[in-house]
Design a protein around this ligand. Structure first.
Ligand SMILES: *Cc1c(COP(=O)(O)O)cnc(C)c1O
Length: 452
């Protein structure tokens, strides 16, 4: 990794972070290999932009469906919509037989507008607004109830000919989550159902933090008994939802091990350090994690034996490898640390379009510099076009393959899950970056339109 002549003359291991190269999909290689496409889109848009390739969302949905089928389990996928606002993602769900998990009137209507049927919606969230509950019941959505008060409000919205379809959200034992109901609250909810024909209990749900397959399998297994008990009380209780948290594999194992074992604040602009990172290498991502959950301790068999349908609510994993984010280099400075030089870029957008910084962490898959040209490895940190000193996209000094210059594009890979738009606002009155959709066209070409 030493620098050849013409570089700015440092060796990685001192002030430059270990490289964390992202896995690239075939469609991404095609875009990057096109001599004009990205530059033309950038020219038309005139600022930073996000790119989405909806067919990849379709493939991710199919992957989950295939995992259910292979395990012989009746399963249903609800896309956790907060992970990306794109209309094209909701449309891909409608086209590929996935429902959508929503938490606001805005999310609910956006999903309906893309062809997701009301009965294919799951509504989650704490103490939901009356408006949201009313709309959800009008459209026959499945509602994950978070407390007893919500149950009372819902009972008033249904009647015996059109009962409100609900699940009870479970607070896992020993969890400090603010969501879900305790054992005692669940018991009281079941009593509250008694003799009420306006609500129908379809099952139980939970959503765990972290990415552990075994914890999800164990809790799902334990909740089968709750379903059987609810059936003795006359409720259908046919569905268990195990929420989201399916991992995404962003980077290869060796690079990830190298980074995590050696990470040092010496690698970061101004000596910045972070407490934790997302597990960017994830050996059994998305559908493979679902397969592991279903295989654990005979869960698939137990679900079958008890006629329980398993619902999942993947957000991030449904968007794996389905998009990236493009910034234009607007300025470049040279700075020194311990006498060693590095580049400090300013790009034409903000960290609001790469959300990880807003969760006290940093997005680690390395950005790609476009176009590719020969050069020498150049440690580079990336700042935003704002007047906040702390508004950095990458504090770490990324070993870019050459020195970036004004007008180059910097492409952050695999950003569709949460990075793109969960935090975007028109800070500084900068426009919010548009989402560009790529479409396959005859002759192995890609064409683009704007989302929404
Ligand atoms: C956020 C959320 C999800 C999606 O989580 P991912 O980690 O993106 O898969 C699913 N269900 C609920 C209830 C959520 O709050």
């Amino acid at each position: 990794m030493g620098l050849d002549a013409g570089g700015i003359g440092v060796t990685r291991g001192a002030i430059s972070a270990a490289p964390v190269p992202a896995h690239l999909d075939e469609w991404e290689r095609r875009v990057l290999g096109d001599p004009n496409l990205l530059g033309d889109i950038g020219f038309a848009v005139g600022g930073p932009f996000h790119v989405l390739y909806p067919p990849r969302v379709g493939r991710n949905i199919q992957g989950f469906h295939a995992a259910f089928e292979q395990a012989g389990v009746d399963g249903v996928v609800y896309y956790g919509k907060k992970a990306n606002k794109s209309a094209a993602v909701a449309r891909a769900c409608a086209e590929h037989g996935a429902g959508v998990d929503v938490s606001s009137v805005g999310e609910l209507t956006a999903a309906l507008a893309q062809g997701v049927r009301g009965t294919e919606l799951m509504v989650t969230g704490p103490a939901k607004s009356d408006d949201l509950l009313w709309l959800a019941t009008r459209h026959g959505a499945l509602i994950a109830v978070d407390d007893l008060d919500e149950l009372e409000r819902l009972a008033a919205l249904g009647d015996s000919t059109a009962p409100v379809r609900i699940m009870l959200r479970v607070l896992p034992a020993a969890s400090a989550s603010r969501f879900g109901m305790t054992e005692a609250e669940l018991d009281r909810a079941l009593v509250a159902f008694h003799g009420r024909e306006s609500i129908r209990l379809e099952g139980f749900s939970f959503h765990l933090s972290g990415y552990d397959a075994v914890a999800r399998a164990e809790l799902a297994g334990a909740l089968i008994a709750r379903c059987l008990h609810a059936r003795t009380l006359g409720q259908p209780a046919t569905t268990l939802s195990i929420g989201g948290g399916f991992g995404v594999d962003y980077v290869p194992p060796a690079a990830w091990a190298e980074f995590t074992e050696h990470v040092d604040r010496q690698w970061f602009h101004s000596g910045k350090s972070f407490e934790s990172y997302y597990p960017y290498h994830f050996p059994a991502p998305g559908p493979a994690m679902l397969a592991a959950i279903l295989a654990h301790d005979g869960l698939a068999q137990r679900l079958r034996d008890n006629a329980v349908r398993l619902a999942i609510e993947p957000g991030r994993a449904l968007l794996a490898h389905a998009g990236f984010t493009v910034f234009r280099v607007q300025g470049s400075k040279i700075r020194h640390v311990d006498g060693a030089p590095y580049h400090l870029l300013t790009v034409d957008g903000t960290s609001l379009s790469l959300s990880e910084q807003w969760f006290d962490s940093e997005y680690l898959p390395d950005p790609l510099l476009w176009p590719t040209r020969p050069g020498s490895t150049t440690p580079t940190s990336v700042g935003a076009a704002t007047c906040l000193d702390s508004d950095m996209l990458s504090w770490r000094r990324i070993p870019l393959p050459r020195a970036a210059t004004v007008g180059d594009l910097l492409i952050y890979p695999n950003t569709a899950g949460y990075q793109m738009d969960s935090n975007e606002s028109a800070f500084h009155e900068l426009p919010i970056p548009p989402k560009v959709l790529l479409h396959d066209a005859p002759g192995d070409r890609l064409r683009w339109t704007l989302d929404g």
